[in-house]
Design a binder for this molecule. Sequence first.
Ligand SMILES: CCCCCCC/C=C/C(=O)SCCNC(=O)CCNC(=O)[C@H](O)C(C)(C)COP(=O)(O)OP(=O)(O)OC[C@H]1O[C@@H](n2cnc3c(N)ncnc32)[C@H](O)[C@@H]1OP(=O)(O)O
Length: 727
Amino acid sequence: MATFRHICDSVAVITLSNPPVNALSSALIQALQKALGEAIRDSAVEAIVICGDKGKFCAGADIREFNKPSQKRGPHLLLLTDLIESNKKPVVAAIEGVALGGGLELALGCHYRVAHVQARVGLPEVLLGILPAASGTQRLPRLIGIAAALTLITTGKYVPAREALKLGIVDKVVGENTVDEAIRLAKKVIGQPLGSRQLSTLPVQCPPNVEALLAEAMVKVKKQFRGAQSPQACIEAVRAAVHLPYTEGIKKEQELYQFLNATHEPRAQQYAFFAEREVAKWTLPSGASWKTVSPQPIHTAAVIGLGTMGRGIVTSLAKAKIPVVALEQDKRQLDIGSKAVMSLLDREILKMEQLGHTEATNSLGPVRFTLDYDELKDVDIVIEAVFENMALKKDIFRRLSVVCKPEAFLCTNTSGLNIDEIASVTNRPQMVIGTHFFSPAHIMKLLEVVRGCYTSSTTISTAMRLAKMLGKIGVLVGNCPSFVGNRLMRLYVEQAVFLVEEGSKPEEIDLALEDFGLAMGPFRMMDLAGLDIGWKARTEIGLTGPKLPIGTPARQRGSKRYSPLPDILCEQGRFGQKSGQGWYKYEKSGGRNAMPDPWLYNFLSEYRCIHNLKTRNITQEEVIERCLYILINQGFKVLEEGIASDPKDIDVIYNNGYGWPKHTGGPMYYASLVGLPVVLTKLEKYYEDNPDILDLKPSNFLKKLVASGTPPLKEWRSHLGSQSSKL
Ligand SMILES: CCCCCCC/C=C/C(=O)SCCNC(=O)CCNC(=O)[C@H](O)C(C)(C)COP(=O)(O)OP(=O)(O)OC[C@H]1O[C@@H](n2cnc3c(N)ncnc32)[C@H](O)[C@@H]1OP(=O)(O)O
């Protein structure tokens, strides 16, 4: 756990060991306390170095223990940091890999910190719904000042070693032999006064405008993490560091920690943390799983189509150091696309240089641009990223069948087209898979990996491995129209439009859902994405436009309610931000600043008049419930149909691809927080009021769970019974 071995020349080295990331479990904290006690008492020891086993210092408190009753957790990390700091023998932290959360707090208790150049440090507690409650909110501001500490503590950002050196978090950065360097430093400082190295004793250097700084930070986090309490608590704790002596500040830190712990946020965020790691551990009903099926190596890749998605995918591959061949259909498109890719790559290089990488250019994989399909003959994987047109995609896949080597995997980046139809035109349907990237593809963490009926488990394994190589979270889902993410999203957006027909304003709905915590309300989101995209898709399948049978009622398709509002806006040339007007108006075409539009109010009045729609007062509560519960209800249907195998798959998709607030855990976790009987009763009521909105009808699976006594979320899967899985 924590071993103490004697080193020559009187420096004791204590090694933290708790694989895989040396998280501070109660057992490790106890062992560390014991090892420290021994080193302190040993008169032959004059200095101490603390390091981590296997090249990782420490990833912080053991998150798996957070739900243990506190009396069973053993000695508190906070006391340990005080014990280290007050020790008369100098203590040096040798930071390799990571020093995160409690790991960095432990290092801040030490008198000196030496870091390996590739190490990263940070206080990510805020991302787990808590705050750095082992003195991090009090020691860090004393070390690096209020502004920098606020940024780190409220964002949870990981800082690379060189930046940490500039900020003053670490004292030295080394390219190799971190522990040896720490030992050398420890020896050098034996006998020197430690006063200035004891952070708790230092004054906080406050700029004159400190209150304004804190207020500004508060405004920022309230906007950025709407509805979440931990970022605000972090600021309160830093404010305590400004105004109170250290021991009082620590009391405040503990109070705020207890307060947060009593909310649902830590549990929700910690659920989200583990869910992201669990989804990588896929299992198929056949028994094949990540453990049994090896991925094939991917040394080279090709991307077809250099539109917005293709450019991001190429950049993402280059960032993962995978050589890419990027193909376009004609010279003009190739020129435009290649320029755009080069500019994205330049930005990546700049970002890396700012983070202290000296050889940033060499850390990207090479990109070759071409018009020639023959250049694809040797690549290991192809990702097709042309626009959503089935005929075009099929043409490309036919061609790939001929050109690519037999072992090459063929992926289609689609947000909802049928993978099986695409696979069926190839000579290797078992090697075809959907890879639904999210825009911007080089930044967004989510990758929906869509298994078709022919897709082999080796192909799944390889695509999931590719996600990991790209630094993304791959979530395996089944093949159905719009897959999981967009299938749920469509109903949420449609519900928002129905609410406008019934009397809400777009901005009221956006505000209600943004206050709930969603990154962007549905109308601002539609305007950003472009209303014309959905319009084209609806025209293609005959929901509107020339293919719509004459005599179809305007607000009905089959037995379902339909709103033609978005179609009419498009007919008026209102495509959203790109045309300067959509649900909102903008300062210019391409403008970002959404302003309520009086034109829309008049238009909506006329529309309601024409369709004989009576407006009514719609509460925020109804907006949230109808928009979110219909999405959640569809989540239960997706589980029932075996399109997703576990509620956490849906939560990971929403948290990482759709701006769902992580502090509520994701839509399915949120449903469990609200209580399934409540969700069911509300859906029943809204369905009764709106019998033509068929998707409000509660799913059988939701009803089954409630009838079974509302088991906890982790047991839902076992209640699915023998459904026909699409995985
Ligand atoms: C008990 C009350 C104490 C109160 C004290 C309050 C003050 C202190 C609070 C904290 O310290 S909270 C923890 C803060 N630390 C983090 O948030 C770090 C989270 N981890 C990461 O960012 C990454 O895991 C990593 C360390 C950068 C490694 O990333 P990598 O991509 O290499 O691997 P992963 O798949 O993410 O992780 C591997 C493995 O390790 C598990 N794990 C990671 N961190 C922790 C942790 N802090 N506690 C427990 N387990 C952790 C992770 O779940 C993976 O497990 P498996 O999936 O392999 O089982």
